[in-house]
Design a protein around this ligand. Structure first.
Ligand SMILES: [Zn+2]
Length: 269
């Protein structure tokens, strides 16, 4: 069977990037079983021929109406699919969907009728909000980074920007490459409307948010950008934990040293 990616190098490259990141999530131990989700807005890479492709699924309801998504196309990880499989066979473990004109339903158009993630409504709500804001962010990633989740089991870390400051202070790069810090969403039932609402709210201020005792949700220019921000935060968490394992509380960079960085690198915070 031919693939929608054939003869479309830009789209192929984007899907290969998704597969590459899916592999990193698995290798990092952040994606047990079917854990985690990736959705990418690929509308800019869609040509007239793709727009004319017939649906290969029935019409499916999103569960909410998102007018900002009119005419949009997304690559979505499939429900129940594993990141380690997505890494090797992206078009068998994810699919491309077209949002229909009512902005409340969609169809799958390629390559296989793989049903998108059950978290689709919350991911699409974030994409709709990004479009409304005129953002050029195209990707959302949800994953389970071990050390960051472990830190979220400590109530003392769950105050506003407590973890942002702690993680920034572990190594300069984290402040440089995750300059908005880490937002916090208190524990909510996975897949719930409440979790989606709280995430949407926190993403107004942050690119990466911690779901207490569950994982992180990140947005980025592309899937690699979203992954990189989670990766630098996770690196800091590991440095903190290694220091504690060696029996001491890490000093961390001082507030003055971090303020100096904000100025030198022209960071937003
Ligand atoms: Zn999860």
């Amino acid at each position: 069977m031919s693939s929608i990616l054939e003869g479309r190098p830009a789209l192929k490259k984007e899907v290969e990037k998704i597969a590459e990141v899916a592999g990193y999530l698995w290798q990092n131990g952040w994606a047990e079983r079917n854990g985690g989700n990736i959705t990418v807005n690929i509308t800019d890479l869609v040509d007239d021929e793709i727009k004319a492709l017939p649906a290969i699924s029935e019409v499916k309801q999103i569960g909410t109406a998102l007018p900002a998504l009119k005419g949009c196309y997304f690559f979505c990880k499939g429900t129940g699919k594993r990141m380690r499989d997505l890494a090797r066979w992206p078009m068998d473990n994810g699919s491309i969907i077209r949002i229909l004109d009512d902005c409340a339903s969609y169809v799958i158009i390629a390559d296989n009728p793989v049903m998108p993630t059950s978290e689709l409504p919350s991911h699409l709500s974030v994409h709709a909000r990004l479009i409304e804001k005129g953002s050029n962010y195209k990707a959302t990633v949800h994953t389970h980074p071990i050390e960051l989740i472990a830190m979220s089991h400590n109530k003392a870390f769950m105050g506003k920007d407590v973890l942002s400051n702690l993680l920034w202070s572990m190594i300069p790069e984290t402040k440089a490459f995750c300059p908005l810090g880490l937002g916090i969403v208190p524990y909510q039932l996975p897949g719930s409307l409440k979790l989606a609402e709280e995430t949407l709210k926190e993403l107004e201020e942050y690119d990466v948010v911690m779901w207490e005792k569950h994982g992180v949700f990140a947005k980025g220019l592309d899937v690699m950008d979203a992954f990189d921000q989670i990766d630098v935060l996770s690196k800091s968490a590991k440095i903190y934990i290694d220091s504690k394992c060696m029996g001491f509380e890490p000093d961390g960079m001082s507030q003055e040293e971090m303020a100096e960085m904000t100025k030198a690198f022209n960071l937003p915070r």
